[in-house]
Design a protein around this ligand. Sequence first.
Ligand code: ADP
Length: 316
Amino acid sequence: MKKIVTAGEIVVEIMATEIGQTFLEPGRWAGPYPSGAPAIFISQAARLGQPCGMISSVGADDFGKLNLDRLRADGVDVSAIAVHADAVTGTAFVRYAADGSRAFIFNIPQSACGRIAIDAAAEALLAGADHFHVMGSSLFSDRVVEVVRAGIAAVKARGGTVSFDPNVRKEILGASGMRAALDAILEQTDLFLPSGPEIFLFAQAEDEAGAVAELLSRGISAVVVKKGAAGAAFHSRRESVEMPGFVVEEVDPTGAGDCFGAAFVTHWLRGLAPAEALRLANAAGALAVTRKGPMEGASSTAQIAAFLASAEIRKE
Ligand code: ADP
């Protein structure tokens, strides 16, 4: 089976328990939960039984241990996650507003996350990788961009493939040189996984079909557009497939895109037809929103199968 490697931040997430709670007064908080978009992605891929590894760094503290224990239990190769005695593990505090929006306080670039590098362990991990996944939200510093470039180069040199979930944060797009870095990654991308309107940040066209056509003409093999509760669509030069999502009660949306992406990439690498890979990925995304906690939403193959046995497809 093909080995997937990703790189980026590992953090703990601490969540407000009540809507409208602020950061300005004491309140009730839930967590720490293991988190970080690339970590959620790789946890989900590993839970589906795919060989997986991650390049990252944490502090020599309990928040780092919580994440390492979880990723190890999921089956992720953690040999390239460096543990720094003189840095603390990254954190993300999140609160929820009544309109459904979220606000964060992150400690990421200044934490152990900022120490990410290609060391001997990362080189060894990449020497056995068949696929590299890039999470756009991880590109918070030149250092991460360098790690991602090295990961892509190593995998491509072995004839492997690259997937890219832009997961763009506005602050990242504004950073100097970031546009060029994102375009360079896109040039190397085989499978592109934007979320809804995000696609228009990477194409000139004003409608989805036009944007997809532009991206495919740039050499990308397949574009998968995530559409929240509505499901997802797959486009390649050969075919386009729309797949409605499943009816579930949304409890916590964090991690849905990461779990969807991991399930799609895993099944795409296994050679499943796009419609089947979309169906399984929609199931992984739907299950992710039913559980509180970012990484708690990742499902096993058996959990996805059990869900699909009675799942209701959304009709609209
Ligand atoms: P992101 O988290 O990257 O913005 P989406 O919100 O589009 O991505 O979610 C990714 C996938 O998760 C969707 O394509 C869909 O399959 C599933 N999903 C997300 N939200 C829901 C929901 N409320 N009900 C059912 N499925 C959902």
